[in-house]
Write a protein that binds this ligand. Structure first.
Ligand SMILES: O=C(O)C(=O)C[C@]1(C(=O)O)C=C[C@@H](O)C=C1
Length: 354
């Protein structure tokens, strides 16, 4: 391309940027007015944000893919929201964790993100109003449920306000060569996600479970013959060279995170409801739990059992269903479920991730 042609294109880009600048500020001023009109009510409206992203994804004609449109407008809304009031979010840390990436994916970079040392601490900070929302991992497509999050949801008065799926890529990092590695540090979930690769490529290295992937990278940065399995960002943060990228056994390896808060989210038009239920200890009781859903045409998208922690071999079931608890058929199914289950707790209705 000639210098002249390049200049021409850049003049056009400058003009568009000027227009975008004007429009961003016009949009932000409207958000400020909405903020005043809310009169102290919740600034974050997850249902509205989901509707904004869905509408734009439908209208999008490219060349930007829908993923980029969602990312850009999440940031736009993040900055508009921050003008209404600053939003604080606790997440399972440390800084650089996959949970931080999930929090940023959902809330954008204009929020105040507070790292916590444990899932319990995230719940505590939200319950005590130290922060407005929390982000915690709930399940991984390879390794399954995160039990602590489920157990805390069962006990906590907080509601589910959203979900964030995040594709998780694991890397092997070390100051040594692959042949020299004798020890591999990582969080147990990450070791599990890469066990096929580790069996094939480092069969004789000892696998050592530690509290977080960041801690693993820190240890690998300080010890000879040691490696860590962690996200790419940990390699930069602790200055440990990447040896191999994308070592997760399933390239679609995805972790689902939950947003928790003291807020009932309104219907967005495409929602999910999460519940915990349990059955009396009699024949057919578990089967009876599912009948009200089928009866009212409500689809179940997840069923997970957990020990109830109240008696030996007693279980609770974590169930996700399609729809919002205010939808007529979901409300009818929940009312009927209340008649047959020995325990029902609605954890929250929230928009399906965009
Ligand atoms: O519509 C609102 O309630 C707004 O405050 C505006 C806006 C946005 O920027 O579009 C910002 C925050 C809310 O979470 C939802 C949307």
């Amino acid at each position: 391309m000639s210098d002249d042609a390049l200049k021409q294109f850049r003049v056009q880009i400058d003009r568009i940027d000027d227009e975008l600048l004007r429009l961003f500020n016009q949009r932000a001023a409207l958000a400020q007015q909405i903020g005043h009109a809310k009169q102290g009510g919740a600034v974050l409206r997850p249902e509205r944000e989901a509707q904004v992203l869905r509408r734009l994804n439908e209208a999008n004609q490219g060349p930007l893919p829908n993923g980029s449109i969602s990312q850009l407008f999440t940031e736009v809304m993040s900055h508009c929201r921050a003008l209404e009031a600053p939003l604080s979010i606790a997440y399972l840390g440390p800084a650089g964790s996959f949970t931080e990436a999930a929090a940023l994916k959902r809330f954008g970079h204009a929020s105040v993100c507070v790292p916590c040392a444990s899932i319990d601490e995230v719940f505590r900070k939200v319950e005590s109003n130290e922060v407005r929302y929390g982000v915690v991992p709930v399940e991984n497509s390879t390794e399954g449920a995160v039990g602590r999050t489920l157990d805390l949801m069962l006990q906590s008065p907080l509601k589910l306000c959203g979900e964030v799926p995040l594709q998780v890529h694991q890397c092997l990092m070390s100051n040594s060569t692959l042949a020299e590695v004798r020890r591999v540090y990582s969080h147990p979930q990450s070791l599990g996600q890469c066990q096929g690769w580790l069996n094939a490529n480092l069969p004789h290295a000892e696998r050592i479970a530690v509290s977080s992937n960041s801690e693993a990278a820190r240890l690998a940065s300080q010890q000879a013959d040691s490696a860590a399995v962690a996200g790419k960002q940990a390699s930069e943060r602790f200055d440990v060279p990447l040896l191999v990228e994308n070592i997760e056994d399933d390239p679609r390896n995805t972790t689902r995170f939950l947003v928790i808060g003291d807020q009932q989210v309104s219907p967005s038009g495409c929602d999910k409801t999460s519940l915990v239920i349990s059955a009396a200890n009699r024949p057919g009781a578990v089967h009876d739990l599912l009948t009200p859903l089928a009866h009212h045409g409500v689809s179940m998208t997840k069923l997970e059992s957990r020990p109830a922690r109240s008696g030996l071999w007693e279980y609770v079931f974590f169930v996700d269903i399609e729809g919002h608890q205010q939808d007529t058929k979901v409300a009818a199914a929940l009312a009927e479920l209340g008649q047959v289950a020995s325990f029902v707790k609605v954890l929250g209705s929230y928009p399906v991730a965009v």
